[in-house]
Design a protein around this ligand. Structure first.
Ligand code: MN
Length: 325
């Protein structure tokens, strides 16, 4: 996934982390992913009222999109720095190609994890043989200072650990939950998990009280702690909860994200996560000059050009929740 906004706004971060439980429903904003064949994604992070959840700094929920009307997903090569991209599908297939030579088809139930480190580029396309629908999420994890300059690499996990309780199937994508641990490599304490709720199901999910958490309603009609969460919305749960109760009367799907509050200030612009205006400018110039990020010879088409840097300098801002104003 790429941030394809024509004039990406600096993601403003400023304020203090709220170290207490909260319960706040955040609505997504719709963002078209490029051109006449655009797939509209619903973006809930970063949000004006919530910049990060642990190190999770970006949540795009795409689909359910009917691909026959669009000709399929076609995200040309574009760069990333300072983050991991986490791709999880519910329906359909996406072919990932990157500049460290990876070529990996991802299907529902599998995890694609790209660690950009100092810099990588990738392209994401629908394969020629594909399902008519595409539905999934792409998430970004900000890398902490000690690991953000590392060499880029890519992981594919065809199988992830799952546990079933009370008609609820929990699959652990990143980190650990309910006694199961994902093999995916992480660089800060965090968790990412999917919960699939059968009709009439109910379960209590244990949480790490040293984390902050949020829940995305991917599908269906979830009840979180006996309160409804609209489909597509993100429920900010804040910090310090020992558990949540999830329930549904119809088949429902949730994504649970959490992590230790991310203490570092970030500059997020376009597809880069950095720490300063100068660093983002350098990454952009390297992409435009075909330095640093490499090529994807197998991709038949043009690279994605970077948008212009805004006139006002990008400023690093604290992560977490903005102070009440
Ligand atoms: Mn991308």
């Amino acid at each position: 996934m790429s941030n394809l906004e024509r004039e990406p706004q600096e993601t403003l971060c400023g304020g203090v982390a709220t170290r207490e439980p909260v319960r706040r429903i955040l609505s997504p904003r719709e963002v078209p992913l490029g051109g006449p064949r655009a797939i509209v994604v619903r973006r809930t992070l970063p949000h004006r009222e919530l910049r990060t959840v642990g190190a999770w700094c970006f949540v795009d929920h795409f689909g359910q999109a009917r691909l026959d009307a669009h000709g399929g997903m076609d995200l040309p090569p574009h760069p990333h720095t300072g983050l991991q991209t986490v791709t999880w599908l519910i329906e359909g297939e996406v072919l990932h190609r990157d500049t460290v030579g990876s070529e990996q088809l991802i299907r529902p139930g599998q995890l694609n994890l790209m660690t950009a480190g100092a810099g990588i580029a990738h392209a994401e396309t629908s394969p020629p043989e594909r399902s008519p629908f595409l539905h999934g999420v792409q998430l970004w994890v900000a890398l902490p200072e000690r690991s953000r300059h590392q060499e880029p690499h890519f992981e594919h996990h065809a199988q992830l650990p799952a546990v079933v309780d009370g008609g609820v199937t929990i699959t652990v994508l990143m980190g650990a939950l309910a006694g199961r641990a994902s093999p995916a490599v992480t660089y800060s304490p965090l968790v990412g998990a999917e919960a699939v709720l059968g009709a009439g199901s109910r379960a209590e999910i244990p949480l790490d009280p040293g984390f902050e958490h949020a829940v995305l309603a991917v599908d269906g009609s979830p009840q979180i702690d006996r309160q409804p969460l609209p489909r597509g919305a993100l429920l900010d749960l804040g910090y310090g909860r020992p558990h949540i109760e999830v329930a549904a009367v119809e088949p429902t799907r949730l994504l649970l994200l959490g992590g230790a509050p991310f203490e570092e200030q970030l500059v997020m612009w376009w597809n880069f996560v950095g720490r300063s205006h100068e660093e983002i400018v350098a990454a952009r110039e390297d992409w435009e000059a075909r330095r640093r990020f490499g090529d994807i010879p197998a991709y038949d088409g043009k690279r994605l050009p970077a948008p212009p840097i805004p006139d006002t300098p990008l400023r690093p801002r604290p992560s977490g929740r903005p102070a009440a104003s």
